[in-house]
Design a protein around this ligand. Structure first.
Ligand code: GLP
Length: 634
């Protein structure tokens, strides 16, 4: 412990990326397994589901295949299971574990345990007791792996769960159900109940590793680690465990005091980006425009050393004011003929070839609809590439409406290909029922529905429909949420597009997201494709601008280019968003903290960035879209 980690009540290791964190946990598991093997004893693992541990499981499978790590002496207990789902259901946690780990290593199927989601209601209590007894019979859990939900839950111990709780039937929180809506193709399909080990059951494990990736988990991580243990964040009870380690990446660590406000906890190296972050924070904290900050504001808020280093608040204030002011531009593609010394983007070449990458349809317009409009209006050659079809997020009701229309149109022309396709999809929909997997035909139609929405949205933004590209990356077409696998073909398609467009500017998202999320996977595809293009001429002068991604916006100190929107431009963007009709009740990732919906989250974010700029003493705008510059050589 040191002054930076003093506030942290749980040992927290911050890793450069999720793979490194998983390597650390895999090492601990491997040590345990080998030690027990040498003693002729078994090892007991407590396992979790969700996208978070998938990379750990992939690493364990790799060690099994390539390094002979055996699981023959392992007994496993999973944290939880949806109540009412058969183990064969594609979204059941039993099935998830079979697919993601059990079927790929030499585990004895008899030794794997997942709570039974199918027991009759009156037998649930006894079944849960029996689960606990089985854990005791094998000597307790040696290593428990955990993820964390956005409500701060572990397993399915939702807020309200106490440290004494044991394995039991629970009701799922609204936010948790919304987070699972994509997996189940609609919130209405998500089970309302689950069986979960209790917080007490988890605390009994000898060693606990909690994993978390991406900044959507940052809030609950800091509350669990630095807050008081409380039932409102069940993961905070892990503070009561003497051998628990949180293994997180930079995104998930970003709200810890030592990362967010390091100057408040100890001496820091004042790099330019840290000064910007600290002074922006100070102005917001004392609620003064930057130019009105005085020496006392600095010294009373843990920044006396900065003041001494720089001489006076006057210098610091003016520096930040200028820096922030220089981020603002109404010319996101650069202003032709203007002096660009202090502009975020270069004046030439003009017009630019601009490539906007949208992981799924709608991400582009909801995050940068105003900027897209400007780029198109200012004469740039804008190509928007939709990296995935987004077909997994289309509810069946939309498909039914479309096929009914086709069938009605085709009355009397039953032999037409479109009509027989529609009839085929109609049959498949009936056969698959509420929980079945979509067939290739259903997914194709769902993808086409989204393409239609994309086109009408693009027209609102003044884009040329010919310049819309649908990459339909195979990792998505062949995969399911939380278990996508990117391959060579994904990168090849992206690479071909880059070489075709040869962009001067790229807009993309996905940095710092959960590594198995669609934006993060797409970002990885771009990075690898750019790597392949490293010798191409266009690369040397291409600027990459990051938009924050669905449901989020950069904080003011992170923004390198701020594009202000007038009320009418903003309204136009909202109309663009509205064209994505199939998404009105979807995209849970866009809905923050259980409140709001797809439509108004984007507007809240853009308004609040404008308010922060206003509060800092910069011009007052209706809305702002923010971008961060990405260095290719990172
Ligand atoms: C579900 C699971 C939890 C998991 C959480 C987060 O609620 N019951 O065990 O930690 O989801 O999932 P993800 O890792 O996909 O973010």
């Amino acid at each position: 412990m040191n002054e930076f980690t003093e506030r942290e009540q749980i040992t927290t290791n911050i890793y450069e990326d999720a793979d490194r964190a998983c390597g650390f946990v895999a090492d601990a598991i491997e040590r345990l397994l080998r030690e027990r093997q040498s003693q002729g004893k078994s090892a007991v693992l407590g396992l979790a589901t969700g996208s978070t541990p998938v990379r750990l499981y992939r690493e364990l499978i790799r060690r099994h295949r390539e390094e002979g790590l055996s699981f023959a002496n392992v007994v496993t207990f999973n944290l939880d299971e949806y109540y009412g789902l058969e183990g064969t259901h594609p979204e059941s946690y039993r099935r998830f574990m079979q697919d993601q780990l059990f079927d790929h290593v030499d585990l004895d199927p008899e030794k794997t345990h997942v709570p039974d989601g199918t027991v009759e209601r009156e037998d649930v209590f006894a079944s849960c007791r029996r689960y606990e007894e089985k854990i005791e019979e094998v000597g307790g859990i040696d290593i428990q792996i955990l993820g964390i939900g956005r409500t701060g839950h572990i397993g399915f111990n939702e807020p309200g769960s106490g440290p004494e709780s044991r394995t039991r039937l629970v009701t799922l929180d609204t936010l948790t159900r919304r987070d699972a809506a994509r997996d189940f193709l609609g919130e209405e399909n998500v089970p309302r109940h689950a069986i979960t080990m209790g917080v007490g059951t988890i605390l009994d494990a000898r060693v606990v590793y909690l994993l978390a990736w991406g900044d959507s988990k940052a809030g609950v991580i800091s509350e669990s680690v630095e807050g008081q243990p409380s039932a409102s964040i069940p993961a905070s009870f892990l503070q009561l465990h003497k051998d628990c380690v949180f293994c997180v990446d930079g995104g998930a660590a970003s709200q810890l005091t030592r990362v967010r406000y390091p100057w408040l906890v100890g001496p820091v190296e004042w790099s330019p980006s840290l000064v910007r972050k600290a002074v922006t924070w100070l102005a917001q904290k004392v609620q003064k425009p930057v130019l009105k900050l005085v020496d006392e504001d600095y010294s009373e808020n843990g920044m006396a050393d900065l003041l001494t280093e720089r001489g006076s608040s006057y210098e610091l204030n003016i520096d930040l004011f200028n820096q922030t002011q220089h981020t603002i531009t109404g010319w996101p593609g650069g202003k032709p003929g203007a002096d660009d010394t202090n502009r975020p983007e270069s004046a030439s070449p003009y017009p630019k070839r601009v490539l906007v990458l949208s992981p799924e349809p709608l991400d582009d317009v909801s995050c940068m609809g105003g900027t897209l409009h400007r780029l198109a209006n200012q004469g740039h050659e804008v190509t928007v590439a939709y990296m995935t079809s987004g077909n997994l997020a289309v509810p069946d009701t939309e498909v039914r409406r479309t096929i009914e229309l086709i069938i009605e149109l085709g009355e009397g022309h039953e032999d037409q290909a479109e009509v027989s396709f529609a009839r085929c999809v109609q049959r498949q929909l009936e056969e698959k029922g509420q929980f079945g997997l979509d067939t290739a035909e259903i997914r194709r139609l769902k993808g086409l529905i989204r393409r239609g929405e994309v086109r009408s949205s693009a027209l609102m933004l003044g884009l040329t429909v010919d310049h819309l590209t649908f990459l339909d990356l195979p990792f998505y077409e062949e995969g399911r949420y939380r278990r996508f696998n990117v391959g060579e073909e994904d990168v090849n398609r992206m690479h071909a597009l880059l070489e075709e467009v040869q962009p001067h500017q790229i807009f993309v998202t996905g940095e710092n997201h959960d590594p198995l999320s669609i934006p993060a996977l797409c970002f990885g595809v771009l990075r690898d494709a750019m790597e392949k293009s490293s010798d191409s001429e266009w690369r040397a002068s291409c600027n990459v601008w990051l938009y924050r991604g669905p449901g989020g916006e950069w904080e003011a100190h992170e923004i390198d280019m701020a594009v202000p929107l007038s009320p009418s431009e903003f309204e136009n963007k909202i109309q663009g968003i509205y064209q994505h009709q199939s998404q009105r009740s979807q995209s849970p990732s866009l809905a923050k903290n259980g409140a709001g919906n797809t439509w108004n989250v984007a507007s809240e974010l853009n308004h609040s960035t404008a308010q922060v700029y206003d509060q800092l003493g910069l011009p007052e705008y209706e809305a702002i879209e923010g971008f961060k510059k990405w260095s290719l050589n990172r």
